[in-house]
Structure formats: C-alpha cells, structure tokens
Design a protein around this ligand. Structure first.
Ligand SMILES: [Zn+2]
Length: 119
C-alpha cells in the first residue's frame, strides 16, 4: 500500500487510517501530533532549552530507549502502559523536542531511538 500523504510504500499492517486517509506511521504521528511541526519558532524554542519538562510517559519512553539504545512500539507500550494512540502522541512530542525519533532496521522493523541530528 501507499501512504496517501507522502507516497511511501508501506506494509499494509503499518498503514494507519486518519481523517479518512491511509497514512504511513511517520505521517500518522505527524497527523496526531498536538504540536504544529511547521512552526519554526516552537521547534527553535524547544530545541534550545537544556531542561525540558517531560511527562512521566515521555520520561518512561526515553528511559526504555536508553536501556538498549532503541525500543519497539510494543516495548514502549509496555514501559508506559499506554495504548498505541496515546503512546504515539507522547512520542510525537518527544520528536518535536528533538529528543527521539524513529529509525528503520535492516530487517524493515521500525524502532524508536534517541534523536540524532542529520549531518
Ligand atoms: Zn507517509
């Protein structure tokens, strides 16, 4: 299947429906993100803060990632006790703060990792 947002070819079981569209996981996270990712000032403000206030769920997500350097969605759901949608919303906030990101493993499995600046 194809993501209707970015056109990426995506496994059918990874497709998520939002607002009547079939989205890949990245676009889905963007879609449900409470923060506007297109707001450069918000990103700038968030990324230059040394101490950021994290919710307990966000702290649990980062702690779980730090255990192995990466974590799967299932592991994060277990660590936070959140259901998938709530977890992805928390994760979107972390992504927005540039604290965490998603990565693709060679076996095509998607994992969540600490944010690494490109370049
Ligand atoms: Zn997409």
């Amino acid at each position: 299947m194809q993501c209707e947002q970015c056109g990426a070819t995506t496994e059918e079981d990874e497709i998520r429906e939002f607002g009547g569209k079939n989205l890949c996981e990245d676009c889905y996270i963007d879609a449900i993100s409470p923060a506007k990712t297109c707001d450069p000032w918000a990103t700038y403000t968030a990324s230059r803060l040394d101490t950021q206030e994290l919710s307990p769920a966000q702290e649990a997500i980062l702690a779980r990632i730090d255990q192995n350097g990466e974590a799967t969605l299932e592991q994060l759901m277990e660590a936070t006790g959140l259901e998938e949608k709530a977890l992805l919303r928390e994760f979107a906030a972390l992504r927005h703060m540039e604290l965490a990101g998603a990565a693709q493993r060679p076996d095509n499995k998607k994992v969540f990792v600490r944010f690494q600046r490109q370049g």
